[in-house]
Each structure stands twice: as C-alpha cells, then as structure tokens.
Design a protein around this ligand. Structure first.
Ligand code: NAI
Length: 674
C-alpha cells in the first residue's frame, strides 16, 4: 500500500512506524511521502494501539526535511500555500491521535522533519555526535511552514524557539534535551526502550511554562520583535535575506492565536518560496548536491593520507583529514617544522570535537613523520611544500618510487601547471591537483585539477577522497589560477585599481558587501596577505594579460602585507581591521563600483567557460559560490547574468571599456552564454 512506510505492532500493543523513503538514500518529506503518511495514520488510528513510535529506516538520519527540490518547481505562491495547508492537515491528524505518540530520532532531524517530530507528544533522540536537530529554513530564504512556528513556541517558549528558527543552526541531542526540544537524549542502544517508557509512563506532554510565553502577549510583541530584528540585522541584510525578518513579522502579527499562526505560515511561507531570493538559495542547495555528485565515495576508500609540507596549508589539510577520521602522517624537513602545525591541529580537534576521548583519538590519528615513513602505506599523498617548481619536482623524484601503485599523488599548488610538475615522473598521469582553500577548515570547496594526460582513475579517486573528508569537489582543467583564483583575481585587481583612482578602500568594500559579498575585496586582500595576492597576480598576469597594479607592489615592498603584518590597505589591530568611519570622498556611486568589481569577475567566468576550465555554467556558479562566498542569494555569477540579462551586461561592459580601459573588453565567449 505504501512504498515509504512499514508498520508493525509489537506484543505490548505499540505500533512502530518506520519511515524509509523508497528510491532514496535520505528521508525527505516529498508530496508522495506526506500523502503516504496521511494514509498510514488513518490505518493506525483504526488499530487503536497502545502508542505509536515513528522512527527512520535509514542509517544516516531521521528526516532531513521537506523535499527542497520540489520547492524549485513550485508554480505559484498560491499552490505553495495550498501544499502547506495540506501538510498542516496531515500533521494535525498526527497530533490528534488518541494515544501517545513518540518520534525516535537517530541522526539528523531537520526542518520539516523536526516539525513532524513536534507534532508527536514526545521526542527522544540519540546523544551521539551524528544527531543534530534544527530549523535550517532561513538558509533557504523561507521560515518553518509545517506548523513549526506554532509548535516550537508552544513547546519551548518564544524566546527559546525564535532564535532557533532565526539562526538556522542545529543543536546536538544533549542541547536539545537541555532546552526541552526533546524529552530524552539517550545512547543509541537505549532509543527503543526510552520510546517505550515514554508511552507507558504517559506523562503529560511538555509545554512551555506560562512565564515563558509572556513575550507573546500583544503589548510585548513589538518590543521583543524589534530587539530580535536588531540582532538579526547584525548578521544579515534585510534586502538580501528577508526570511528571518519575515518570520518576526509573522510572529508579531499572530503569536498567541494558533489558527491565525497556521494561516499566516501557509500564506507567508508560500509567498516567500516563490521569491527570487528563496529560489536562488534553493538553487545553491542543489548546486551543493551537484558538486557532491562529482565524487563517488564508492570509487575509493582512503584510509591513510601522507601530507608533505606542514606549513599554513599542509598542516591544516593534515589536521582536517585526521578530524574526518583518516590516519595521517605529516612530513616536513625537520621535526621542529611540524610543531606549529600540530599545535594548530590540536586546537582544531578541541574546538570541533569537544569530547576529550574523541580529541585524543584524533590526536593519535595524526602522526608527525619527518622521515617520510608513511609514504609506502598511503592511499593519497598530498604535497603542499613551497610554491617552487624545482623543489616540488625533486620531492616527487624521491617519493614516487616508494608509493603504492594505486595511490594518488596530489599537489596543492595554486599556480603551477600539472604538465610542468609531472615532468620527470615515471607515471605523469597519476599527478592531480587537490587545491584546497585557506582556511582549510572553513572553505568547503576543493578544486580537482586535471589535464589531458591525467589518468581518469586518479581524477575519480581524488574527487572521491574529497567526498570522504566532507569537502565539495569541483573538477577543473589545469590552467592558470584554475577557476576560483582566476575569477577572483581580476575582481581584486579592479578593487586596487579603484584605490589608485582615489576611491577610499572602505567605500569599495561597502559597495561589494551591499552587492552581497561576505567581505569586501580590499579587506579580503589584506586578510589573505598582500604578498600572496601579489605572487598569484604576477603568476597569472603573464598568462592572462592582467597588469599588476603598482600600489600592490609598493605595499609589499614596504612590508605592509595586511593582517599578518598589522598594516596593509587598512591598519589592523589584534587581528581586527580598523576601518575609517568617514567614507566620504568618492565620485563613484556604489552601483558603479560594484559593477566594475563584479563584471570583471563575470567576464573572466565567461572566459573560463569558453576555455572549458569547468564543464558548464552551473558548475561554474557552484565553484565560485563555494570557493569565494559570492552572494549566494544571487544564485552564482552566471545565474546573475541571466537574471540581469546577458545583453544588458555586455552593453555595460562596452560602456565601462570606453570609460575605464580595455580590461573591460567583453570576452569572446559571451555569444555562447545566452
Ligand atoms: P608555507 O610556506 O606555509 O609551508 C610550506 C611548508 O613546506 C614549510 O613548512 C616548509 O618547511 C615545507 N617544505 C618545504 N620544502 C619541503 C620539502 N622538500 N620537504 C618537506 N617539507 C618541505 O606554504 P603554504 O602557504 O602552506 O603553501 C603550500 C602550497 O600550497 C603551495 O604550493 C601554495 O601555492 C599552495 N596554496 C597556498 C595557499 C595559501 O593561502 N597559503 C592556498 C592554496 C594553495
């Protein structure tokens, strides 16, 4: 009868409903699943069991949420509203069952999945690290619409529930227990018995104490929502990310009246889903999946990684791999060279793992190895030494003969072509690029660099390896700057050009942030280090005909390298930028500035597509969003081209070329873009 649910009744008379979405590795609430749930709830009601436990049949979690892919195809706000009203009916049916109901949560329980759990009388979850609960809806440009705003405020009180929904973050099982989101958090082996106990004890279901619902009183709501809106505005701009502000408006208008809240959820979430912001954020969600599909974990199971070079990048790559459960040997020239890398690694483990046993296990997985004894056992060898051709080639000559024939040899080079580095290797095709970004623990993208000589199996293994360490692989052809640095460089150089024209750095950064960049280009250059920017710019300038602005050289020659030296374009104090507050003095409007910056990035993106650096426009958008933080709510540079109109943008480039010079000359690839 039902492809997605299995129902059994045990000898105690308790019904066990197992959700195991057919043809899918993850449980999501598609339209078909929700109708299936409705049917099975009717059937269960007629069985009159002693209680009902809802659990997942998937190993990876309880329910990941609503079917986000279906949101991308919503034809209108009205149809989205109808869909939400229908889900409200189904969850009301669950809530109204005449016997106790429990959600037994093992693994992630997010968005619509958490809303389903909230419609049960009780929730019990695992207290392990895989279990996370939360409302990520605002990250998709909407807010909880399957009754979540009603039931979470009723259960937790408004001042606990609203921040959970506004922030979009997840909480562990233990924190969920502390805040009252679940009734019990137990070890996995006790999940079943805890669910049975909740049914047999028949405690009155939890509700927030009366005083926790005081902020929902009509006279207090305007003040509370204003305070919360101010907090949200510190993190996101309303014009870029309206959803949290819309959530507060919804709460302010309807809190305290449940039927009005349900109606307003359906109406407002239905409307938001259809907006450009949500549609673009949903696109980014799907682009992440597209990147994931570039690497197939089943292709390759790496167990041991050997990293050579324990500097900024190698040290952090080694730490990340150990954090993700791999055995890692880390090589540098002398043991002393590894001290700082190991200290940073231990800091990362403590921050991410918290549990002292898990921290110790990660420390044990990461072994300093200046004698390179890990090489023969490694499944992947990653070279991250100085950016120096001869040094890298000399190193490969030593390690290649000692490597296992199936092992991947990878370089983290940011600028040297593979065909140069692989000269002298017995098997040149085994060398691929695994280009990580700085800081490794924060940046999700890894470029998988290959060329026509690369062995296909090595490229596939490198991409699979990236998936095993939870990074997003993007296959790029070996060419100067690959994709991310290539498109970022003209954007940064244009910013320096603007400084040379006399536009204050803070005005340039403000324009970029208003466009939606996470950080302005000048602050970014200072953060990365002006010496690094200069070296990448010099290497790329010959190949790409991008002159390096004099200003950059002058600063580097003077030792003003940015954050690390305490002064760059800006002064820095204790690692924080000091920006002048007076930003008057620019003859250019913000839109002119952001167009100059962004159009250079887009024009270079078009060139990358023409040259086949990446396979298609979607992958380019994915790479630029996850590699640079390019305004996610705009859906990526190429998506932005289509929403503004490629013809209009070409005209704008022509105009900028006549005003500011030929570096705005439209690439010949524009014809193929439309
Ligand atoms: P770094 O200068 O911080 O570290 C290099 C490390 O390699 C040093 O610890 C050095 O002692 C060690 N080393 C040098 N020669 C060695 C050898 N023969 N055997 C063993 N160890 C040796 O350099 P960083 O910044 O970590 O860069 C490493 C590589 O990563 C370069 O190819 C660079 O282009 C690339 N990269 C750098 C990024 C960054 O933001 N710093 C970003 C992405 C890639």
């Amino acid at each position: 009868m039902n492809r997605h649910f299995a129902l059994e009744q045990d000898t105690r008379g308790i019904a066990w409903l197992t959700f195991d979405k057919a043809d899918s590795s993850t449980n999501v609430l598609s339209g078909e699943v929700l109708e299936g749930l409705d049917q099975v709830l009717v059937q269960i009601a007629q069985m009159h069991p002693k209680g009902l436990v809802i659990r997942s049949g998937k190993a990876n979690g309880f329910i990941a949420g609503a079917d986000v892919k279906a949101f991308a195809k919503v034809p209108s706000a009205a149809s989205a509203e109808q869909h939400i009203q229908r889900v409200h009916e189904i969850f009301h049916r669950l809530e109204a069952l005449a016997f106790p109901t429990v959600a037994a949560i093992d693994g992630f329980c997010l968005g619509g999945g958490l809303e389903l759990a909230l419609a049960c009388d009780y929730r019990v979850c695992c207290n392990d690290s895989a279990t996370r609960l939360g409302f990520p809806e605002v990250k998709l440009g909407i807010f909880p619409g399957y009754g979540g705003t009603v039931r979470s405020t009723r259960l937790l009180g408004d001042l606990s529930a609203l921040p959970l929904m506004l922030g979009g973050h997840t909480v562990s099982g233990r924190s969920a227990r502390r805040m009252g989101l679940v009734d019990l958090a137990v070890p996995r082996r006790q999940l079943r018995s805890a669910a049975v106990d909740l049914i047999e004890q028949r405690r009155p279901p939890r509700r927030a104490a009366w005083y926790r619902r005081l902020p929902a009183l009509a006279p207090l709501r305007p003040l509370v929502s204003r305070v919360l809106a101010t907090q949200v505005a510190k993190k996101v701009r309303r014009e870029h990310y309206p959803a949290p502000f819309e959530l507060l408006a919804h709460w302010r208008a309807t809190a305290g009246d449940e039927s009005a809240m349900y109606a307003s959820e359906a109406h407002n979430v239905g409307r938001l889903i259809n907006d450009a912001t949500a549609q673009n954020l949903i696109r980014v969600f799907m682009l992440r999946d597209r990147l994931k599909s570039q690497g197939n974990k089943a292709d390759f199971t790496p167990r041991h990684v050997h990293v050579i070079g324990g500097g900024v990048m190698g040290g952090d790559i080694a730490a990340w791999c150990a954090l993700r459960g791999l055995r890692v040997t880390l090589q540098d020239r002398t043991p002393g060279d590894l001290t700082r890398a190991l200290q940073r690694a231990h800091g990362l483990f403590r921050k991410k793992l918290k549990d002292p046993y898990a921290v110790q296990a990660a420390i044990d997985r990461l072994m300093p190895d200046h004698r390179a004894s890990g090489v023969p056992n490694a499944d992947v060898v990653i070279e991250a030494i100085f950016e120096d051709i001869e040094a890298k080639q000399a190193l490969y000559a030593q390690i290649e003969p000692r490597m296992h024939p199936d092992a991947v040899l990878a370089t983290n080079t940011s600028s040297i072509p593979l065909e140069v580095l692989s000269k002298g290797l017995a098997r040149p095709g085994r060398l691929v690029g695994l280009h990580f970004f700085n800081p490794v623990a924060k940046m999700p993208l890894v470029e998988i660099v290959h060329d026509e000589h690369s062995e296909a199996s090595m490229v596939a293994r490198a991409a699979a390896f990236a998936r095993h360490i939870d990074k997003l692989p993007l296959k790029v052809r070996s060419s100067p700057g690959f994709l991310v640095n290539r498109v970022l460089m003209p954007y940064l150089l244009e910013a320096v050009e603007l400084v040379e024209e006399g536009v204050p750095a803070a005005v340039i950064d403000r324009a970029a942030v208003r466009f939606g960049m996470p950080m302005g280009p000048i602050e970014l250059a200072d953060t990365v280090g002006l010496d690094i920017c200069l070296s990448v710019a010099e290497k790329m300038s010959a190949a790409l005909d991008n002159p390096v602005p004099q200003r950059l050289r002058v600063l580097v020659d003077a030792g003003d390298l940015g954050r690390k030296s305490g002064r760059g374009f800006y002064p820095w104090k204790d690692g924080h930028v000091v920006k002048p507050t007076d930003t008057a003095g620019s003859a250019l409007a913000d839109d002119d500035i952001s167009d100059r910056l962004v159009l250079r990035l887009i024009n270079e993106s078009v060139a990358c597509l023409r040259e086949g650096v990446v396979e298609d426009q979607d992958l380019l958008d994915a790479g630029v969003i996850f590699g640079t933080g390019f305004a996610p709510f705009r859906g990526g540079p190429m998506h932005y081209v289509h929403s503004r109109g490629s013809r209009e943008l070409q005209q704008r480039l022509d105009e900028l070329e006549s005003r500011f010079g030929e570096h705005f000359h439209a690439d010949s690839g524009w014809g193929a873009v439309a």
